[in-house]
Design a protein around this ligand. Sequence first.
Ligand code: PHE
Length: 349
Amino acid sequence: MDLFDKLKELHEQGLEEIKKATDEQTLNKVRVELVGRKGELTKILHSMRDVAPENRREVGQKVNELRDLFNKQLDATKAEIVKAVLVKKLEDEKIDVTLPGCEGHLGSKHPINVILDDLESYFIGMGYKVVQGPEIETDHYCFEMMNLPKDHPARDMQATFYIDSEDLLRTQTSGDQARVLEKHDFSKSPLKMVGPGKVYRRDDDDATHSHQFMQMEGLVVDKNVTMSDLKGTLEMIAKHVFGQDRATRLRPSYFPFTEPSVEMDVSCFNCDGKGCPICKYTGWIEVLGAGMVHPNVLENAGIDSTVYGGFAFGLGLDRFAILKYGIDDIRDFYTNDVRFLKQFRKEEN
Ligand code: PHE
């Protein structure tokens, strides 16, 4: 075939190839084939020696023209491809602002945590430290150290979720007392602590009982701690949680780890002491157990009970929340129905 025909054919074919390329990769291949160092145009230049001398100039010129044309066309097509890719990307990523949005659900503190956090900072403000004992407690700390030896009748109502003969899900946070007493260095400072946490009992679940609930243990030990210190502290807690105008009273009670022992009632916030279903028409609501630390508890922890003494209290956080917020079923705390939980958002601070 004559070289001029070949150039003509390459001209048409080349433009066709360029036109057909719709992505950059294919276009690059076409560029190499047409104008690359080993491409079609270079091949023609190499075969120049077969061309009659008088035609060489014209062939050379045509080759150059064709190279320019191809390059121009290749660049233009490349620009088109780049633009098309961008347009598609923008199209794909288009956001429809008229679609309905996704509501961000805001969580809130559990009502028991609202009470817990509030009490913790209240006690910290009075110089107490906050400790946390293990939920799987040993018989040793939960009972023996707390003056409840193995055959003690007061164990009956508590001895319950044993894991083996020595370990159990703790029935009270009182074990925290023993753990802290054992370690405390009284030559450095008096001891003031609260220990909040979950406890477990054999209670049948009903509106006011749950096999799992939250307690907060309190313990103060120093020289010369008196029962009026206990009374003053309990009164402050009651007024802080239930309101300044609440009256309180102490009734004698029994706990193996305190002597004397008391239970505290607050005047009913609902009827102000007149009598109503909430206070079972007594005008009073029982809120916690307390007492002066039994000397045996101190001696068990290696503390001289003739020098040191103190008071302890244990309050039920669920009970506090029930009374404070007028909740009629303790199980609402643990079923985690958001309709129930949402109501306490305003109590957070
Ligand atoms: N541990 C007692 C209970 O669970 C409460 C309590 C704690 C009483 C500390 C007196 C002192 O019932």
